[in-house]
Every structure is written in structure tokens, then in C-alpha cells.
Design a protein around this ligand. Structure first.
Ligand SMILES: *Cc1c(COP(=O)(O)O)cnc(C)c1O
Length: 728
């Protein structure tokens, strides 16, 4: 719907009608994002008024203010609907009153409600209606909170509330990306303004650019987990400072550093004010690394320690996850910029000279030309550093060997915890009900017990699985037609092209999804390397293929925008336009539509730059098959029977080819491998049908994929692993 571009703050002119009493549980439910992964949660809200549900961006708080009095009365007298609402409310109450009593295998745990994990991240992708994420990192953080909640691991999270969030994407007629920023109105969202005991709003203050900047704090409830979001948009602040939490990754370097100061320093001060004494601080990516020096500063000020003594204590309490496999991807700042933002009083309070302070953020402590990096700071100040897949752990050890000074790369103390996804969030309701029936109502628990999971999946019949998948594909085709039609008519495309949107795609055709950030290493153009051959694959008479694309380019990445424009123009080609489509404005919701419904998910990053990747994991849990380069999580997941591997696992890009524009040789080899797989393996397998029209061997592979990948690549396993190996 176009509505997604409209601001959400169109206040109704008349007060919202009161909720009839049998519907009142909906109000309570709307205040906790738990509904978004509960069975029947989303559908309970949607069915209240499906049209308004779409218009208000799937935001239940907003929905409840917009539904008409008559519609409310109608639903309040529908016994079947009321029973569903009552059940949802009961499930929620049971979920929330279960004690938080996480324990590890040994029984005892130092992580308690009084001393929880404090999780810090610059972005959170909890739900589409909370626009404080841009992509993979945020979605991973959102999934982490949900699993911590489900596992009853005591955890609080800290982030920023961006006034304008991340940009919304549109494509011009020529295929160029245009960015639109939309206001976020906290009043429309399930956000509680955190208050002091006296009822005034609680604020934290950080000296930024030598001015005190204050932030108020919002709390979003994600199941049992509290997510605190700092917000500088308050009248006490100078106009510029109100924009510290303006855009997510939209501003210049200076905006970035002041945001990171607020997150790290302000976040620690917030937890202090709330009386929370974390057992461990988890820095999810280096953006929050300033929290380590704030912890040191507190110790120095309160206990008179030296910096070295304080740093030692901080190190006992902080752990760091790195997400970037290239030096250039790490956050670094010019010394002048850092000094301007942080001022000089801060380093004095740490008892450090300017050079000593700068050395904390340098790989080579005494190189005055080196900028200040948050990854070096985090690695130095944390007791544990980990990458996000086995391969990425390896790459990170090589990348940071110079900093740790270990003579042998295997000795560099960087480990890995492979990323996973939150199954109840990503699995389609229709597939979920198969799991409930055949694995059990407690399927998310059984997902962690490989044998039970595999046995459950084996009980699903080919017919049921294929029927469910086919229905989801029909939904995808309808979704694609609707979104494309709306985008084309809004953009002013030629009428024949606009009308053609209603006929594009066919549910019976092999459907391949490719949706990810448009960044050089993701190699969006690999598929188009031989356009004629691709056309033949797409238009093969017996075995046609259709492609759905989505993804945003970073606003400042001109090269990526050019690549995007090429793809966008290519799909106007009359010879492919009914079987290739680009869906604008890739987000959490579009991701859900795609990963739940495609037959195949394509990923062709330049090895070894895909730190982990998670979207393919979302596809696997829904029965889709991965067709991917052996990198990141897929290098661990692929076993020869559960999907397709593109290219050769041994020709990694070297640091030289990583920084250069690319590696033409491996690109050519990987493109050839990809075309050949599509022609000789993927399409033939998909179209190999029995007398009932069922692709038995394909379905067998779907089941292999669900059975083997589910237990490993989910966020319950991931969070459990963090708790056991990293937090405790
Ligand atoms: C899962 C997800 C991602 C991450 O996908 P990758 O596989 O890492 O590219 C990015 N954006 C959205 C909206 C997602 O849901």
C-alpha cells in the first residue's frame, strides 16, 4: 500500500471510540510486541479491520484509535472472534507471569533479574511498525530480544529512538532510488515514556560538543524484555541537539559519532538511574563501544582507580560482537572530529593524556595518522570478542591479529557464535500450524532438540507441505501484483506497463527471491552478467523461472544506486518484464512476505564478506531452498542434500581483491556456476512432477532443509549459546 509512505500521525479529528469491554484485552495486548510472534496475534488485530490494519502499517496502537464505533460493536458481538481474543489474552498472561528463571545446564547462573544482560545496539528490528532499524543488524537484534524473552533470559536492551528512522525507498521512472524520510510519532506507538518516582520524565545527560544534551527515554516491551530507547527530541535541547537522534545512518560522520556517544555513555547512565546493575554488557557491533569508557570513568570517579585498574574491571563485564569482515566497514573517526564531539574533559576524567586516549581506538597505538576506531576500542575493552559465523570468526582473527599482537592467527582470542533467526516471527502461520500439528504445540522448544524436530518434520506428508507452500506462493503473487501496480501508478509509469502489473508472475512458476542491501560485495549484478543466458532461463518453455528483487542502497553509496538502477531498468525489458519484478522499500514486512513464500532464495556474496547473512535462514524455516555461495552461515548449513551451493568454497577474495572493485575471475566463475545450477539442477528438479503433479524430490529437499537447518540457525540456539559461552 502507498500508505507506507504517509506519516502515521494523521490524528483523527474526533476522539477514538471506547473499546467495548470484551475487546479490551486488545488494548493491553497492543502494548507489548509479544502479539507479533504469538499464534493468532497478528490475525486477531488484522481481522478487527483489515483495511485500516493495512493503512496504519500493522500498528495495533494506531489501529485501535481508528476503527469505527460500528465495526467495534460488530466484532464485540462475534462470539468466535471474542473467543480468539480471550485465548490470545490468556496466552499472553501466562507468558508474562511465568517466572524469569533462566538457568544454564549446570543449574546456577549469575544472570538474574537484578543483574541481567545489558544488550546495546544502534538499531532494533522488532516489528515493521517500530521504525528504528535499517537491515540485518537491527533485525538480528530484534530476534535476539525475542529469544531472550522466550528463553526467560534476564536481559534489558538499550538503543535510540530515531525521529525519522531509516529512509523509505522509491524508484524514479528511470530506476533511480529516491529517499523519503517519515516522521515517527511516539504517541502512536506502544512506547511508554519512562518516568522518575516523582512522575516527571526521566532524562539522562551527556556532554556532547561541550554542551549538555539531554535525552528522554521510551520503553518498548518485547515480551518480557524491556527495550529502552533514548530520544533527544525535547525542548530543553538546542535545536541541533534535538536532531542527535534524527536519522538512522542518514547523517554525516559527526551525526554518527554523537549518536554513538549518546548510545554508549547515555545508555550506561540510564541503567544506573534505573538501578539496573548488569552482569554483563553486550556490545552488538561497535556502535556502542563508548559504553566501556563510561564504565571506566564511573569506576575512576567513584573509587579513585587508575585507568588501567578500571579498564581491567570493565573488561570483566563487557563482551563484543563484531559484524564486519572488512577493515573499511568498521566505524572510525578523524581525531579532530572525535575531539570536537567528546571534548577534552572526558579524557581528563579518565586520567588519560590525549595520546593515551586516542591509542585506545587505534590498531597501532602509536601511529598518529590512524583514525579512532570503535572496533579496536571494543576489542581492547571487552573480555570476549566474537564473529557471527565460523568463517567470520576466522576472518576476524586475521583482520585483528595486528591489534592483539598474537604471533599466530589461531591464537587471536576471537571466537564465533553463528547468527540465527526467531522462528515464531518468521514462520508463515500456515507452516507454523503444520509444526504445531506434527511436531507439537511446543515446536519452538523441540526445534532445539534435533532428533525430536527431525522426527516431527518426517511426519508431515508431501501433500500437506506442498499444499501449504503453494497457497503461500499464490499469496506472494497477489502481493507482488498489488505492490507493483501501486508503485507503477504512483510513479506514473506508462499505462500499459502499469496495467501489466496485474498479470505478472504465475503461482506455478519456479520463483526465486533475491532481497538484500544493495552493496558491492552482495554482487547484485552477478545474475545479469550474461543477460541473454538469463533470459533463456527465465523464458524456458517447459521450465520457466521468475525473479523477485528488493533492497535498498545506502543513500550515500552512488555505485550501489547505479547497480540498482541497472536492475530496475532491466526489468522493463519486454522479454522479461512479466517474470522479473523489483519491490520497492524492502523492510521487515516485505522480508516476511518473501521468505515465507519463495521456492528458492538466492545469495551470491563475494566470499568471505557475508559475515553471516540471516535471510536464508528465514527461508529455510519456511521450506524454501537456499541457492547460495558457500559463505557465512551457509558454509555451516549446506550438507549436499538440503539446498544448492554456488561456486567453489575455496577461492576466497583476498584483502587486495576485497578493497578493489571486485575480482573479475571469481565473478565469472561464480556466474557460470549459478547459470549452470539453474539450468541443470534447480529448474529440472522443481519441474520433475509425478502423476499427481507433485515434485517429490523437491519436496524431499524442502524437508531436508527444514529438518537439518531449523535446529541450528534459529535465535533460541544463538541466545542460548551466548548465555552459556559468552555471558556467563
Ligand atoms: C533478515 C533481514 C535482513 C538481513 O538479511 P541478509 O541475509 O543478512 O541480507 C535485512 N533486512 C531485512 C528487512 C531483513 O528482514
Amino acid at each position: 500500500m502507498i500508505e507506507t509512505i504517509e506519516p502515521l500521525n494523521k490524528k483523527p479529528s474526533v476522539p477514538a471510540p471506547a473499546l467495548p469491554f470484551p475487546l479490551q484485552p486488545l488494548a493491553r495486548l497492543s502494548w507489548n510486541y509479544w502479539w507479533s510472534w504469538a499464534t493468532d496475534g497478528e490475525s486477531c488485530f488484522r481481522d478487527l479491520d483489515p483495511v485500516i490494519w493495512e493503512e496504519c502499517g500493522h500498528n495495533p496502537r494506531f489501529l485501535l484509535t481508528r476503527v469505527s464505533e460500528y465495526r467495534l460493536a460488530e466484532m464485540a458481538t462475534d462470539p468466535i472472534y471474542l473467543a480468539r481474543v480471550a485465548k490470545l489474552a490468556r496466552d499472553f498472561d501466562r507468558y508474562m507471569t511465568d517466572a524469569i528463571n533462566w538457568s544454564n545446564a549446570e543449574g546456577a547462573t549469575p544472570i538474574t533479574a537484578e543483574s541481567p544482560v545489558a544488550y546495546f545496539c544502534a538499531e532494533y528490528g522488532v516489528h515493521n511498525s517500530l521504525p528504528v532499524y535499517s537491515g540485518g543488524l537491527g533485525v538480528l537484534a530484534g530476534d535476539h530480544l525475542k529469544s531472550a524473552s522466550d528463553l526467560r533470559l534476564p536481559l534489558v536492551a538499550v538503543g535510540l529512538l530515531y525521529r525519522k528512522g531509516y529512509f523509505r525507498q522509491r524508484l524514479s521512472l528511470e530506476g533511480w532510488q529516491e529517499e523519503v524520510y517519515v516522521d515517527t510519532d511516539p504517541a502512536e506507538l506502544p512506547l511508554h515514556l519512562v518516568q522518575n518516582e516523582d512522575g516527571a520524565s526521566l532524562t539522562v545527560e551527556v556532554l556532547i560538543r561541550n554542551r549538555p544534551v539531554r535525552a528522554q527515554v521510551w520503553r518498548a516491551d518485547v515480551g518480557r524484555v524491556a527495550l529502552y530507547l533514548l530520544d533527544t527530541n525535547i525542548p530543553e535541547n538546542e535545536e541541533t541537539d534535538r536532531w542527535v537522534t534524527g536519522h538512522l545512518y542518514g547523517g554525516d560522520r559527526e551525526t554518527r559519532i554523537v549518536q554513538e556517544m549518546l548510545l554508549g555513555i547515555g545508555g550506561v547512565r540510564l541503567l544506573g538511574k534505573l538501578g539496573i546493575k548488569p552482569h554483563v554488557f553486550h556490545l552488538n557491533e561497535g556502535h556502542s563501544a563508548f559504553l566501556t569508557i563510561e564504565l571506566a570513568r564511573e569506576l575512576i570517579q567513584s573509587q579513585g582507580l587508575t585507568f588501567a585498574e578500571a579498564a581491567k574491571q570493565v573488561k570483566q563485564r563487557a563482551v563484543f560482537t563484531t559484524h564486519t569482515p572488512v577493515a573499511a566497514g568498521n566505524d572510525e573517526f578523524d581525531v579532530d572530529l572525535l575531539t570536537r564531539a567528546l571534548g577534552v574533559s572526558y579524557e581528563k576524567e579518565l586520567g588519560l593524556s590525549h595520546e593515551e586516549f586516542l591509542a585506545l581506538g587505534r590498531i597501532d597505538a602509536v601511529n598518529p595518522r590512524e583514525p579512532f576506531g570503535l572496533t579496536p576500542l571494543a576489542i581492547r575493552m571487552c573480555r570476549s570478542t566474537n564473529g557471527v559465523s565460523r568463517k567470520h570468526g576466522e576472518v576476524s582473527r586475521a583482520l585483528w591479529q595486528k591489534l592483539t599482537g598474537d604471533s599466530r592467527v589461531e591464537r587471536v582470542p576471537i571466537t564465533h557464535v553463528t547468527n540465527g533467526v526467531h522462528a515464531p516471527t518468521w514462520v508463515a502461520p500456515l507452516i507454523r500450524s503444520l509444526y504445531e500439528t506434527h511436531v507439537g504445540a511446543d515446536w519452538p522448544d523441540r526445534l532445539l532438540r534435533r532428533n525430536e524436530w527431525e522426527q516431527g518434520i518426517a511426519r508431515i506428508s508431501d501433500e500437506e507441505l506442498w499444499a501449504a507452500h503453494s497457497l503461500l506462493k499464490a499469496r506472494l503473487v497477489a502481493f507482488i501484483r498489488q505492490r507493483s501496480f501501486e508503485a507503477r501508478i504512483t510513479r506514473g509509469d506508462a499505462l500499459d506497463h502499469t496495467e501489466a502489473a496485474k498479470k505478472i508472475f504465475e503461482p506455478g512458476v519456479l520463483t526465486i527471491g533475491f532481497a538484500r542491501r544493495v552493496a558491492g560485495y552482495k554482487r547484485w549484478n552477478l545474475l545479469l552478467k550474461d543477460a541473454a543466458r538469463l533470459r533463456q532461463i527465465i523464458n524456458n518453455e517447459e521450465r520457466p523461472v521468475q525473479f523477485v528483487f528488493a533492497g535498498k542502497a545506502h543513500p550515500q553509496d552512488g555505485e550501489a544506486k547505479l547497480v540498482l538502477q541497472q536492475v530496475a531498468k532491466w526489468k522493463y525489458d519486454l522479454r522479461v518484464r512479466d517474470r522479473a519484478v523489483f519491490i520497492e522499500d524492502y523492510d521487515h514486512e516485505i522480508a516476511r512476505q518473501l521468505v515465507q513464500s519463495v521456492d528458492v532464495w538466492l545469495n551470491v556474496p563475494r566470499r568471505p564478506l557475508e559475515a553471516s547473512g540471516t535471510s536464508g535462514e528465514k527461508v529455510a524455516i519456511n521450506g524454501g531452498l537456499n541457492l547460495s555461495i558457500l559463505d557465512g552461515w551457509w558454509l555451516e548449513g549446506y550438507d549436499g542434500t538440503n539446498g544448492f551451493a554456488v561456486g567453489d568454497a575455496n577461492d576466497d577474495a583476498t584483502p587486495q581483491t576485497i578493497t578493489a572493485a571486485g575480482n573479475p575471475e571469481s565473478d565469472a566463475g561464480d556466474a557460470e556456476s549459478l547459470y549452470r545450477l539453474l539450468e541443470q539442477d534447480v529448474a529440472p528438479l522443481y519441474y520433475d512432477r509425478d502423476v499427481h503433479g507433485l515434485p517429490r524430490r523437491w519436496i524431499a529437499m524442502m524437508k531436508r532443509s527444514i529438518a537439518t537447518l531449523g535446529p541450528e540457525f534459529n535465535s533460541d540456539r544463538m541466545v542460548e549459546e551466548y548465555a552459556r559461552r559468552i555471558y556467563s
